[in-house]
Design a binder for this molecule. Structure first.
Ligand SMILES: *[C@@H]1O[C@H](CO)[C@@H](O)[C@H](O)[C@H]1NC(C)=O
Ligand SMILES: *[C@@H]1O[C@H](CO)[C@@H](O)[C@H](O)[C@H]1NC(C)=O
Ligand SMILES: *[C@@H]1O[C@H](CO)[C@@H](O)[C@H](O)[C@H]1NC(C)=O
Ligand SMILES: *[C@@H]1O[C@H](CO)[C@@H](O)[C@H](O)[C@H]1NC(C)=O
Ligand SMILES: *[C@@H]1O[C@H](CO)[C@@H](O)[C@H](O)[C@H]1NC(C)=O
Length: 371
């Protein structure tokens, strides 16, 4: 049984962040109360002196966690940092933007690079020009949101309940007094998985799901080959992350470039350099627990649009191709009643759709599906 209550307040602070011709953005904090059950991950001897042990444990835990660990209740009140952007024209439609692993809310606005460099890669610019408001969150345990326990709390089931709470708040006027009539979930990667998970138990939350970098192929145990095991962020960069829980881990640059980008020539290396500078540590609890991408969502009947890069080899098990039984077309199988499942394979693109030269095509296709 998942219980969720929400008490929420909006805490605007500061002045408008960015004021362009088309939209205005605000950094906001939402206080969300959420409860769920997570896997009771316990890692004995977790200590900085046991560097090798940590690597070994990572894979050991990942392969045993599904079968062995009991579920325990978790929950509380969480401070979710977000950036809300609204077009100058009033709108009743908002996109809830949920980032992927090793990113934070800045993914949707290209790490806040200067406009000249960033414009072609900014989801937020594109969406607001199309008349949508956007609400990009730092998911639990990332960015400026609550640094929850990265083993016990930061797991997808609790994150899904937090997203559910946020949807209620967006509809109830908690964000700048706007009462949104339509809420679309736009996810990237893990953000898509969690968004889809919300639709399992809360089929009325979203008016549309845009699942970027998402398939039902479950790569994460393969994802870290033995020379790419993430290490505690505290070990990787003690001056920056030294005080953080050891269950908070950091990917290698080689993993990011290999797993998240397509072939050379399809992206700007200076954007990858920005990616490295902005890499966000991620919680072990979220990546070693069962991936819920395969959980069917039997009651969700609104549109679903999948978007995947042609060279997203991890998510496509080597090849993405069209056809109902191929990846990603087989996503339809987890949404039985949806009559409006569509998907698009973006050519010459890897996992991070927003950060390739093809970004405009991804943005256009995704917004066409929302029309
Ligand atoms: C959905 O609800 C069922 C029944 O209450 C519960 O067992 C399950 O854990 C919930 N799923 C999520 C993702 O919260
Ligand atoms: C929530 O976090 C923000 C920083 O993102 C902070 O300014 C604010 O005081 C926090 N609010 C509460 C209630 O803790
Ligand atoms: C495993 O990681 C290493 C180090 O990044 C890399 O050189 C190698 O190509 C990877 N192997 C596979 C099969 O991806
Ligand atoms: C699918 O889309 C059509 C046209 O946009 C709409 O009339 C129909 O209600 C949608 N079906 C579902 C199940 O959402
Ligand atoms: C993934 O690819 C491997 C090797 O080609 C194949 O054996 C396996 O069945 C594929 N898995 C899925 C889920 O398509």
């Amino acid at each position: 049984m998942v219980k969720r209550q929400f008490l929420q307040f909006i805490l605007p602070f500061g002045l408008p962040l960015l004021a362009g011709a088309a939209h205005t953005c605000y950094d906001l904090a939402l206080i969300v109360t959420a409860h769920s059950k997570t896997r009771q991950i316990i890692i004995p001897f977790l200590s900085l002196d046991n560097r090798n042990l940590i690597s070994d444990r990572y894979t050991a835990i990942a392969s045993s966690v599904t079968a062995v660990l009991p579920m325990v209740p978790v929950g509380g009140t969480y401070n979710i940092s977000s950036t809300y952007c609204e077009p100058d024209e009033p709108t009743e439609s908002v996109q809830l933007l949920a980032h992927g692993t090793s990113y934070n809310k800045k993914y949707w606005n290209v790490f806040r690079l200067p406009v000249q460099q960033a414009e072609r890669y900014s989801w937020v610019n594109f969406a607001t020009e199309k008349g949508y408001a956007t609400f990009a969150i730092d998911r639990l345990g990332t960015g400026d949101s609550t640094l929850a326990d990265p083993l016990l709390e930061v797991q997808m089931s609790l994150e899904a309940e937090i997203l559910h709470g946020i949807v209620g708040m967006l509809r109830a006027g908690a964000v700048k007094g706007r009462h949104f009539q339509k809420v679309a979930l736009v996810g990237h990667s893990t953000g898509s998985i969690i968004g889809k998970l919300v639709s399992v138990n809360h089929s009325e939350d979203f008016d549309a799901l845009v699942l970027a970098g998402f398939t039902t192929h479950v790569p994460e145990l393969l994802y870290y080959n033995s020379s790419e095991i993430p290490l505690p962020a505290a070990l990787v960069n003690p001056s920056k992350w030294g005080q953080r829980h050891l269950g908070l881990t950091f990917p290698l640059k080689s993993t990011i470039e290999r797993s998240f980008y397509g072939s050379n020539g399809n992206y700007d290396p200076t954007i990858v350099a920005q990616d490295f500078d902005n890499t966000e540590p991620f919680s072990m609890g979220q990546v070693v627990t069962p991936n819920s991408a395969l959980n069917p969502s039997p009651s969700y009947a609104k549109p679903v649009h999948g978007l995947v890069g042609q060279h997203d080899t991890d998510r496509c098990n080597g090849t993405c191709s069209y056809g109902p039984t191929n990846i990603p077309g087989n996503i339809a199988g987890v949404f039985p009643p949806s009559r409006n499942f569509t998907y698009h394979i973006v050519p010459n693109t890897g996992h991070n759709l927003n950060l390739h030269y093809s970004a405009a095509e991804s943005f256009e296709v995704a917004h066409y599906s929302l029309r």
